[in-house]
Write a protein that binds this ligand. Sequence first.
Ligand code: BES
Ligand code: ZN
Length: 635
Amino acid sequence: MAPAIIEKHRPKVSPEFDYTTKSNYTDVCVNNTDLNIEILFKEKKIVGRVTYDLTPLKSLNEIILDSSYIQINEIKVNGTSSGFSFAERVEPFGTPVSVTTSIPQDSPLSVAIDFETTDESTAIQWLKTDPTTKDASDYVFTQLEPIHARALFPCFDTPAVKSTVTATIKSKLPVVFSGLPLASKDEGVFKFEQKIPIPSYLFAIASGNIMSTPAGPRSTIYAEPDRLQDSYNEFSEDLEKFIQAAEKIVTPYIWTTYDILINPSSFPYGGMENPNITFVTPTLISYDKSQVDVIAHELAHSWSGNNVTNANWQHFWLNEGWTVYLERRIVGAMHGEKMRQFHFIMGWNDLIGSVDSLPKIEYSKLVQDLKHGAIDPDDVFSSVPYEKGSNFIYHLETQLGGLEEFDPFIKFYFTKFEKKSIDTYQFVDSLYEFYSQDAEKVAVLDAIDWELWLYTAGLPPKAEFDTTLVDEVECLVDAWISKTCEFTSVSQFVEYFNKEFKSVYDGLSSPQKIFFIDELLEKRPTPTFWKDNSVASDALIELYIDLNESRNTEIIFRWFKIKLSSGKTQYYQALSDWLGTVGRMKYVRPSYKLLNTVDHDLAIATFEKYKDRYHPIAANMVQKDLGLWRTFHCW
Ligand code: BES
Ligand code: ZN
């Protein structure tokens, strides 16, 4: 049985209720969702019908669905037009729509809603790729996690509800969808089905001048023509290897195919695990495969998130913590245990950064409390569920006796909760269930500091990771910091580091170089160290030409941090220009914050210049970060 501390926190209903949906999702079972829609590029609208096949779990007088910036034209209940009304809009949850109907328990219920999206949708981005050329092409993509599905179509917008999906999508351009494509006789009509029940946040649509190339026995890469070859070169080699590695660690892959779509650069995330078709940012194309771990991550969601799903965003760490843990297991299977440990150490730096910069310290708890106040899960988002979560799973792995003892639990957990939506309590119960016959293991579980890991803000205890791959980096970083006090000219630095450390530096892998830059910042004795020691930072920039010229955005972004925190005004404009080329929030948000601290006017001017290029979610977040947030939501 779970320990008293878990019982103290356990809510009365399990899995815990989702406070971010205003739908009456607990009253119904959603058997199937049918989407029949058309993408209208000229009007920038998605128009059509969503039909729910429902079973009422009790006798009902109304069905309430989430919606946000959606226009509803008609609702039919079992074929007959029905009255409906919108509640008042509440941020960030939208305007729930109530359908009046009187339905006895268990009687079959079909609710068909004719709707259209509006300009204010936070779920959709409409793009014209490079309007200055004659190749200008329309492109649209959706991004629904965590609570933006309601801005695409009226729905039970909670990960607690899963349904199978059938979709018919009309578009003048090729379409991809989060399901398997079906043959379609009609030109411009694309059909899909998702036989595995999925929650609303995993629906995904993209349409544009999208081409494809086979990239493995179960994989296809989709991209616009000018990126297809580069994408193939970057990702194709690893896709099937990753799938097989994951299958060995967890359970067989259930989704049949694993494809990826390279979206335009305004895609706000590194990747999004849409079933059958992971969406990624083109910034993953680094020309050295150094960001394929993002693909390992999105693939791992095929188990943690898409198969076993967090029942609500309070338990988001179950999705992301498990996924980072599995991502690093895949990395370990490909590149060895030392590399897995190295990734944990890298992640720890992200965690420190997140805990320090969160708007509220409570957001650094693993289990979130979204019950009180209208908290927007987008505002709570940080590295905490990823890093604290994966460190927690790793802590369990080591405490329970290492991989040999823990691996059978992984298979047990992902089998037990297959296709379900669960909360942290069910996860803890499953640990006790699995190890119940082994008194020693139960004692280990009893000794876990659940309160500290699950319910306490701040950094968790740090594990002792293997430091082989960081030691080489650390000695180089330490040399830079100590020589900074000694040398007075750039040439002294260049000469010394060329003589003593050239072979060390040249031997570093891309992830180690990324870590090198992180540590130059992390280990500086004072926040103004590189600014106060301008000669040393000039030497860094002069010596490491490969970092200056890198095409890897993980390096570009960090190198800007070095340049700006060294007070080098000549690079401010370069960062401003770069912000016109990337849309991934991981870079855009901290870059604006950084630019804002050194040159407020330039930060504001840059944002004004490029805001239309960003995804509505990214633009909103930057607006909040820069203090520009009023009542304005998106463009
Ligand atoms: N599911 C997330 C993206 C996400 C999270 C979108 C929350 C909206 C709300 C995705 O799997 C993810 O974690 N992406 C990371 C990749 C990384 C951790 C390897 C990203 O975008 O940086
Ligand atoms: Zn993820």
